[in-house]
Ligand binder design. Sequence first.
Ligand code: SF4
Ligand code: SF4
Length: 299
Amino acid sequence: MVQYFTNIYESVKSSLVGMSVTFGHLFTKSVTLQYPKEKMEMPELARLKLDYDWEDCTGCNKCVRACPVDCIIIETVKATKGDDVGKTKNDTQKKLWVTKYVIDYSECMYCGLCTYPCPEECIYMTPEYEYSEYDRGNLIVSFSKLSAGEIVEKERLLEKEKAENEALRAAKAAEKAKAKMETKATVSETDESLLIQDYVAKALAGDEEIVKNIEDRVLRSKVKKALFKAKRMGAAAEVPKSAEVSQAEASTSDDAKIMRLVEKGLAGEMDAINAIEDRVFRSKVKKALMKAKRERGQK
Ligand code: SF4
Ligand code: SF4
């Protein structure tokens, strides 16, 4: 009997304790949010959705390279000369048209790695989380600064500019090659002229055999012609003037130089001999001149 009443007491007591807890919560603030009427406030740095400001994108591709799951795709077309793509908010001149910028949200794992290397800070994480879709294809978003027709036109202009630049480069290279050939031809003409002068000087000094021994028929004929002319004009006209001596005479032998200067001395042009800076060489020339004068009976 006692046990019977004890059980009734315990049941009523336990019900009252439970009811007191429930009753106590009637006067406290509720934690349940009535979504979607009520929304939870996200932390300031929450990474929930990637966003992109395509007006500032330079198309540098740094975000693409940083993404570990390849969920960003960028396509660009280089701006042609005089084509103004505009500037970013950081005052960076854009040089590429961003023709396609794709983000696949179904692949994105919200790591935020793509946001750090962006020099224009135009790709960033936001606390937005309400972008679920029934179709996964709707989670792929695409931006473009140009219409399909404009992209085709930009590509055409770029190809045209490339072809023009290529043609210009080829023309410049051809011009350079031509100038090089002309220089080479001028140099070889100068060399031949010096060689002829050298043969003429040696022949005038009495070594006429040297002319006969020239194997190149064309050269031999030229030397003979120059020798004939030099003899007719008294040899002096073929000898370079003293002011121009250094370059021409540098490549001929000392004997030939001495002979030419002696010829000048005999013709009364002593300035060429007196202008020789090398004292030893000047003395040799003067000695040869005196000898030549003695042989010709001049004083
Ligand atoms: S947040 Fe991570 S996964 Fe998503 S696009 Fe950026 S780098 Fe790729
Ligand atoms: S890193 Fe920034 S500027 Fe470069 S392509 Fe990506 S979003 Fe554009």
